[in-house]
Design a protein around this ligand. Structure first.
Ligand code: CU
Length: 157
């Protein structure tokens, strides 16, 4: 009887551990799944990280990295240039490494009304049906360098 109780205890201990380990994993899986589900498989996806001093950085850039690059001498603040072809379905995965940022690409009617919160991904999607050079920017006042928080979208024919 004592042995079977011990087995039962062990069973519940293992079960508890599986739940404790499994829940965070399944949440992150669910998050990724739901986010990527919205993206058409043919889409050209770009990740941009907003940083109050550095502007838009290409890729998912953590805060410490954004600050590190910024502090390197002689490294000017560059506006990222993103190139796509006319007709491409474009998805921007937007994130922030510090404060709440925004996003607008007026030529394509993209204007976020909800801010891009740090640590969260915000997706915008559109079809690049006009060729040309367009400027996207931050539409949430995020600091002294807010005006410089821009990037270029080039849509080639
Ligand atoms: Cu901003």
């Amino acid at each position: 009887m004592r042995t079977s109780n011990r087995k039962l205890d062990l069973f519940f201990l293992v079960l508890l551990m599986l739940i404790l380990i499994g829940v965070p994993f399944s949440i992150s899986y669910y998050h990724r799944y739901v986010s990527s589900e919205k993206i058409p498989p043919v889409a050209k996806q770009f990740t941009l990280t907003g940083h109050a001093e550095r502007g838009w950085l290409i890729g998912e850039v953590p805060a410490y990295e954004a600050v590190y690059f910024w502090k390197q001498k002689g490294l000017p603040i560059e506006k990222p240039v993103i190139e796509v072809s006319k007709g491409d379905v474009v998805v921007f995965k937007l994130t922030s490494s510090d404060v709440v940022h925004g996003f607008s690409l007026k030529d394509y009617g993209v204007y976020l009304t909800n801010g891009i919160e740090p640590g969260k991904a915000t997706y915008v999607s559109f079809t690049a049906d006009k060729a040309g050079t367009f400027t996207f920017s931050c539409n949430a006042v995020c600091g002294d360098s807010h005006q410089n928080m821009q990037g270029i979208l080039v849509v080639k024919t």
